[in-house]
Ligand binder design. Sequence first.
Ligand code: ZN
Ligand code: MN
Ligand code: MN
Length: 281
Amino acid sequence: MRIGFHMSICGSIDRAVDRALEIGCNTLQIFTRNPRGWIARPLRNDEVEAFILKVERNDVRPVFSHMPYLPNLASPKNDVYAKSVEALIVEMDRCERLKVPYLVTHLGSHLGYGAKRGLERIVRAIDKAFSAVGGRVTLLLENTAGTRNSVGGRFEDLQYIIERTSYPDRIGICFDTCHAFAAGYDLRTEEKIEEVIGKIESTVGFERLKLVHLNDSRGGLNSHIDRHEHIGLGKIGEEGFRSILRSRFARLPLILETPRNGVRSDLDNLLKVKEIAGVKP
Ligand code: ZN
Ligand code: MN
Ligand code: MN
């Protein structure tokens, strides 16, 4: 089983690997930069080398990078859109340098201009970025909670993008359990999970999935609320996760993005997942 967390790069990027190893993770997600700004601090050669060495030596793989928060690849506003495409290009470059094979992105918001127009913007953004960057990074489209004006709450949206981009071989899916549940995909029983897997099969194809974001949900089924909860303490619940961890989803790398609010530590969430999955800690 591959389990890890989104880890802080505070100090330098390779420190994220140390943090993962401290609690016994064997995979990892990072922001390669401050996620709340437009400008990325340049990478230093020494931290790039240290990061690659630590990942390879300790087999903390695969590593996933997550796009920062400000870019909106579906934006109808030309200035924000251009900056967003540029940010995607920069991040793909950084992944290349850090030998990070996967980059996770949200699909953004169409700001009321309609899902169809948002999707067209995203297809163009992706094509532009891939035509500008060489390399091999795979872009993972993350399903969203289906909050107002957001794109990507339904697998049909993700399918639409994959079918229209000129680079379908470079695109995969990140399946977030909290987002899926909030968007209306029930994950609380084996039968419901099989239905969701069937839906994935008939749209993007299960083999597109390269990553699961394993998060419980504060919001109820179809609530469209994107609030993560500790594993088993939310609306998906422990029984839901028992079924999820028995399903095909558990064969994928699992990255937790559970809260850091003092209720439960990362280590305790990791132990909880292992306990539910019935694997030795
Ligand atoms: Zn995300
Ligand atoms: Mn996520
Ligand atoms: Mn979320």
